[in-house]
Design a protein around this ligand. Sequence first.
Ligand code: NAI
Length: 708
Amino acid sequence: MSKAVRFEVSDDGIATVTWDAPDAKVNVLSGQAKADFIAAMTGLLADDAVRGIIVTSAKDTFIAGADLTFIQSLRGKPADEIAPLLSPLRDFLRKMETAGKPVVAALNGTALGGGLEVALACRYRVAADTPGAQFGLPEVTLGLLPGAGGTQRLPRLVGIKPALEVMLKGKPFDAAAGKAMGLFSDVVPADTLMDAARALIDGCDDPAQPWDQKGFVLPGMDVESREAQGFFQMESAKQHAQTRGNFPAPIAILSCVYEGCRAPMDVALRIEFANVLEVFPGAVAQNTVRTFFFSQNAARKADMRPDAPALSIDKLGILGGGTMGAGIAEVAAKGGINAIVIERDEDSAKAAFDRLKAGLEKNIARGFLTEAKRDEMLARMTFTSDFAALKGVQAVIEAVFEDRDVKREATKKALAVTGDDILFGTNTSKIPITQLAENTTRPDRFIGMHFFSPVPRMPLLEIIRGAETSDETLAHALDLSKLLKRVPIVVNDGPGFFTSRCVSTFVNEGMLLLRDGVKPAAIDNVSVMSGMPAGPLMLADGIGLDLMLAVRKQEQADRGLDGQMTPPMEVLSKLIEAGRLGRKNGKGFYEYTDEGPRLWSGLAEFWPLADDQPDAGYIARRLLHIQGIEAARCFDEGVIDAPQTADLGSVLGWSFAKHTGGVCSYVDMIGSRQFLAECEELAASAGDRYAPPAYLRSMAAENRGFYE
Ligand code: NAI
C-alpha cells in the first residue's frame, strides 16, 4: 500500500517530507499516517546527510486535523488503555523538536487542530498566501482540547492571552492573522513557499525551540505575575458562566496553560496528557463529536436521501413574506437561487421587501455582509402579490399564517400556476402534513419543510413526511435543503412532529413545577445550569402566553378534547386574565423593564410556594427527563427511528443541553435502567406523564442505550 507520507533529500542535504494520503482529499492524522510520518522523520533525523527537514503537503490543504473516527473509538476507555494509543505522535513531536535539526513546516494551505500542532512542534512555520486557507485549534468546539502539545507550544510561541483566545474560542483565522500573532515566520506567495522554507533552514543558528533555549521568557504576560493571577481567575469565571461547568474541555485548556506554563516543557506536556486522558474518552466529548461532527455532517450530505433523480432548482416560490418566508428567501438568494415571494397584497409585498432589506443593511453595518453581496441577493428576489409570478419555479414553500383556511387558499392559488406535480413544502409548525396535503391532487409531492427562526441563523430543517409523501419527493426536499445549506432531519407526520412536541414538554413542565409551588427562580436557574439556553418560564414569555394557549387549545380540539383545559393551560390562562401576555407587553412570568427582566412578584399569590422546596437535582430531572421520555414516545409512534435524528433535532432545534449531545444521548449518559427507575419514581410523585413508554422499557430490559 502506498504511504501517507513520502520524502526526498536534495543534494544540499535538505529533506522534504510530503503528506499525501492515498485516495483521500485531505490529510488527517490517522493511525497509519502518523506511523508513516514518524517512520520517515525518524530516519531523516538520524541521517547525517540531512541538515534540515521541510514538512509540507501535496493536497490543497496541509493537515486537516485528528482522525475523529479514532477519537470515537476511545469512548469510555480507561486511561491506561488509551494512553499507548495517543502517545506515539505526542512523544515523537517532542523527539523531533529536540533532535538538533531544524524542521520547517511549509504550510501550503489549511492546518487545523492536530495539523497545526504538528506545525507548532517544528522550529519554524511559513505559510503560503493561499486564498481561504484557515488555521487554528478548534478542538474545543467538539468538546476536546489540543492533545499533541498545542496547549503548551502555542502560549510559549505567541503568549498566554492570544493562545487562550485561539484555543477557548476555537475560531479559525487566516494566514495574515497568524503572522500578526507571531505564529508564522512569514506569509509568502505559494510559488515561493519552498524557497522560503529552505531559507529558514539556511539561516537557522540554533535548531532548538525557543522554549528549550537558555533564558527563555514567555512572550507577553508572565504566568507568575499578579496580572496573570487576575486574568486566570476572570477567564475561569467566564468559562464557568458560559458553560455552567458542563463542558470539561475549556476548563482543562485553562488549567493546562496555567499549570503547564510554569513548568519545563517535558513536565508541561505530561500535564496536558493527563487532561487529554480524562477528557477524550468522556461522555461529553464523545457525544459532542458524534452529534456535532458525524451526525451533522451525515445530515448535511443527506446520507438518508432515497435514490431518485436529482431536482435542480434555480427558482423557488415562497408563499408569505413574514418572519419565516422572508428568512427562507434570504438564505435562498444567498445560496444563488432566485426567490419569488408571494404576499397577500401589494402593500404587504412592499412592506415584506422593505423589512428584509433593512435586515440586510443591519448585517452590512455589523460587517457580516458586503454591499456587493447584498446587491447580488436583492437582484435574485421578487416580492409581489401576483401568483402568476410563480411560473417557472421548480419548487414552492408555503409560509403564510398558521391557519388552515389561509393555507388552503394560498396553496390552491399557487398550484393553479405551477401545476400539482411540483415539489410543494409547507412550513407549518403544527398542522399535520397529511391533512394539508388534501389541498392538492398530488399528496405524494407534498411534504413538510419546517424551518426555525431566525432562518439565516438556525440551520436545522425538520422535513416531515406525510402519509402519502413519495420517496422521490423526500429526495427532492433534501436536494432543496442542500441548496439552502440546511442541516436536515427527516421525521414522520404526527402532532407537533418531533421538535415542537418535545420542546412543549419542557415548557409545560416549567409551568407544572410552578403550579406545584416550586420557586420560579429555581425553575429557570436550574434549567440554565443544566445546559438549557433559557428557563421554561423565560422561554414561554418569549413565545407569548396567548399564542401558547391558542396552540394548546387547538391541540386539544385536534384530539377531540375541545374546551378541556390541561394544567399548563390553566397556568397560562390565569396570567392572560391578569393581562400578562409575555415579553411582547412587558408582562409575563417576568416583568420587563429597562433594568432587564425580573420574575413577577405576583406569581407567589397565584401559586404559593411549597414549604418543602425540592433540590436542584429533582428539578433538573423533571425538566430534562420529560424531554427524553417524549423522544422515546416518538420512537414508539414511528415519528423518528434514529437517535441521530433526535439528537440533532434537539440541539439544533431547541438548543437542548448541548454538552449531552442531544436528548437521546442524554438518556444514554444516565443509562437506560437508571433513567427508567428515575422516571418511575417521577411518575409516582409528579404524574403519569412520566410513565416510561414501551421503547424505553425495552431498552432497559436489554440494558442498552438508544445508540447500542
Ligand atoms: P408571519 O405572520 O410573520 O408571516 C406570514 C405572512 O404570510 C404575512 O406576511 C402575511 O401577510 C402572509 N400571508 C397571509 N396570507 C397570505 C396569502 N393568502 N397569500 C400570501 N401571503 C399571505 O408568520 P411566520 O412567523 O412567518 O409563520 C409562517 C408559517 O411558518 C406559519 O405556518 C408558522 O406556524 C410557521 N412557523 C413559524 C415559526 C416562527 O418562529 N415564526 C417557526 C416555524 C414555523
